[in-house]
Design a protein around this ligand. Structure first.
Ligand code: C2E
Ligand code: MG
Ligand code: MG
Length: 563
């Protein structure tokens, strides 16, 4: 029956056979008629269609469901819309086809009459058009239009997720000279080579685009200012090596401006404009550098860069020093312990306080060797004092979260104790609430191991985190240190008084020693004493001192009768 339309006229038959589009008639899930064009399109013979080839054989297996669904719709009399499928020929080759089926009747049989078009060429042309519209013809990078799309997408998702991003404007210093002296084709080649190098620096989620001329943009979603500065530095580095273009060795330098979303702009135009402004600032600074749009960012990253590179040398150059601040018992005014506080004595910059470099050390991983040094040095000093006959009960050492979580931390502590000969119960590790609450199960394991060794643990800056009482009970902590921010305004602020006194009584109920940090005045001291606070630390007694001066203080115990 296939190939002949029953009752059809010759004209009808001739039309079907001459048509330059695949035409089929289908009933009960089988082909009733397939015209020659369609047979050729799929490479099957008339016989094939008659005996064994059904509609599912003509599409890739992944799309069988779609075909089955469409067949059911046609059988139910629902007219079709043109839709695209991946067709499969007899030889296995795959092409994109457009299908349009309509329900009809053939005698008493409900059938579906359809057409099939090979749209491979049209798809390729569409893709090419899209490429022309979205990509830069010279470098193949996204162009301004596509960049707009990407920035808009970025902003949409950043708004939803409170995200951040950086937009980097890159311009080649004196690019015009290359074009003017060596010609445009050399200039073009240089731009392509440069684009390739830039591409090596960006992540998959970033967009590297060319605006035109020698202007490139890098869009970095989900980055901090520091990370954007890192990328900018790598761009400068990677652009620095000479290019060999058209028989010339060319050296170029970019200038880079960075704007940050959302603080420097919440739409593409503002972000571009501000990155451009920052780029001109970089040129003013002598080119081959980068600048943030906001000047605070520049200061912050400059300082950070300085810290980062200098921190690496500081340990080997023995630029760190520990100072010690007395921990005073309110019972009798005795100095029962000291807290070791690190100082960085920089040869040019003088003494740098930990608040300025500890966070950089944490982010770069330098905190581990630095923290190890602090621990060994503090234990050594404590034992030296004890050997001198001074009654030092506690050496308190601050431990950064990263350091606490590093593998082998417990062994490190054991090493510091055995090297110095210090008894474990003389060492007290100060952890912040955040360190302890983060991943509580893991923390608990480490804390318990330290506790079994006999090492004391205290919660530093207490009140600023979010410890729950239930948790506190589970952790083998011996001391709470009330954060200085609650002590500062104790005389004036009733809320702070309430918080401090709550911590004191809560601590006592849990049988923890409570120490107040940052006590500067006699009034604060009196209030804390009334609350029943056991220990204090602060300028009222002493600032942190060098080891030599601390030795004198331990010897003279000047606060002994003050209580
Ligand atoms: P912290 O552990 O809470 O140390 C107390 C800080 O308060 C010290 O600042 C101390 O000098 C200061 N302070 C003490 N009494 C008073 C006072 O009466 N008034 C005022 N205004 N300040 C007072 P410092 O030495 O600058 O240390 C700051 C922070 O840096 C420390 O806070 C600690 O978190 C961290 N840190 C210090 N040394 C180390 C260390 O060796 N390792 C780690 N990981 N962090 C450290
Ligand atoms: Mg501390
Ligand atoms: Mg503290």
């Amino acid at each position: 029956m296939t190939g002949k339309v029953e009752g059809g006229t010759n004209l009808f038959q001739a039309t079907m056979e001459a048509a330059q589009v695949g035409i089929f008639v289908m009933g009960e899930g089988r082909f009733i008629y397939v015209n020659p064009f369609m047979r050729e399109l799929f490479g099957y013979s008339e016989d094939d269609f008659q005996s064994r080839i059904g509609p599912l054989d003509l599409v890739v297996p992944e799309q069988h469901d779609i075909v089955a669904e469409q067949l059911a719709l046609r059988a139910a009399g629902v007219p079709g819309k043109a839709y695209e499928l991946s067709g499969r020929r007899k030889d296995g080759s795959v092409f994109t086809m457009s299908i349009l089926g309509m329900p009809a009747r053939f005698g008493n049989l409900p059938v579906s009459v359809g057409t099939v078009l090979d749209v491979t060429d049209r798809k390729a042309a569409e893709l090419r058009i899209r490429e022309l519209a979205d990509f830069d013809a010279l470098t193949g990078l996204p162009n301004r239009r596509l960049l707009h799309d990407r920035v808009e997408q970025m902003i949409a998702s950043a708004e939803r997720e409170n995200g951040s991003a950086a937009l980097m404007f890159l311009d080649i210093d004196h690019f015009k000279r290359v074009n003017d002296s060596l010609g445009h084709s050399v200039g073009d080649e240089l731009l392509c080579a440069l684009a390739q190098r830039y591409a090596a620096v960006v992540r998959k989620v970033d967009t590297l685009a060319r605006l035109g001329g020698d202007e490139f943009i890098i869009l970095l979603p989900e980055v901090t200012a520091a990370a954007a500065a890192d990328v900018a530095r790598r761009v400068l580095e990677i652009a620095a090596a000479p290019f060999s273009v058209g028989g010339h060795a060319l050296t170029i330098t970019p200038s880079i401006g960075i704007s940050l979303y959302p603080q420097d702009g919440k739409d593409i135009d503002t972000l571009l404009k501000n990155a451009d402004t920052a780029m001109y600032k970089a040129k003013d600074l002598g080119r081959n550098t980068f600048q943030f749009y906001s000047s605070e960012m520049n200061m912050a990253t400059l300082e950070r860069l300085m810290m980062e590179s200098n921190l690496r040398h500081a340990l080997t150059a023995a630029e760190f020093e520990l100072h010690y601040q007395p921990l005073v018992s309110l019972e009798n005014g005795e100095i029962v312990g000291v807290e070791a506080l690190i100082r960085w004595c920089h040869p040019d910059l003088g003494m740098i306080m930990p608040d300025r470099f500890i966070s950089v050390a944490e982010e770069t991983g330098m905190i581990n060797p630095i923290g190890d040094w602090v621990l060994f040095e503090a234990c050594r000093q404590a034992q030296a004092w004890i050997d001198e006959g001074l009654a030092l009960r506690t050496m308190a050492v601050n431990v950064a979260p990263v350091q606490f979580r590093q593998a082998g931390f417990v062994e490190m502590v054991a090493g510091a104790l055995s090297t110095s000969g210090l008894a474990a119960d003389r060492l007290e590790l100060e952890l912040t609430e955040r360190t302890v609450m983060h991943d509580a199960e893991f923390t608990l394991g480490t804390l318990s191991a330290l506790n079994r060794m006999g090492v004391c643990l205290s919660l530093d800056d207490f009140g600023t985190g979010y410890s729950s009482l239930a948790y506190l009970k589970r952790f083998p902590v011996g001391k709470l240190k009330i954060d200085r921010s609650f002590v500062m305004d104790l005389e004036r602020d009733a809320d702070d008084r309430a918080i401090a006194s709550t911590i004191v009584s809560m601590g006592r109920n849990l049988r923890l020693t409570v120490l107040a940090e940052g006590v500067e005045t006699a009034e604060q001291l009196a209030l804390l004493r009334n609350m029943g606070c056991a220990m204090v630390q602060g300028y009222h007694f002493s600032k942190p001192l060098t080891a030599a001066r601390m030795t004198e203080l331990l010897r003279s115990q000047p606060f002994l009768h003050e209580s």
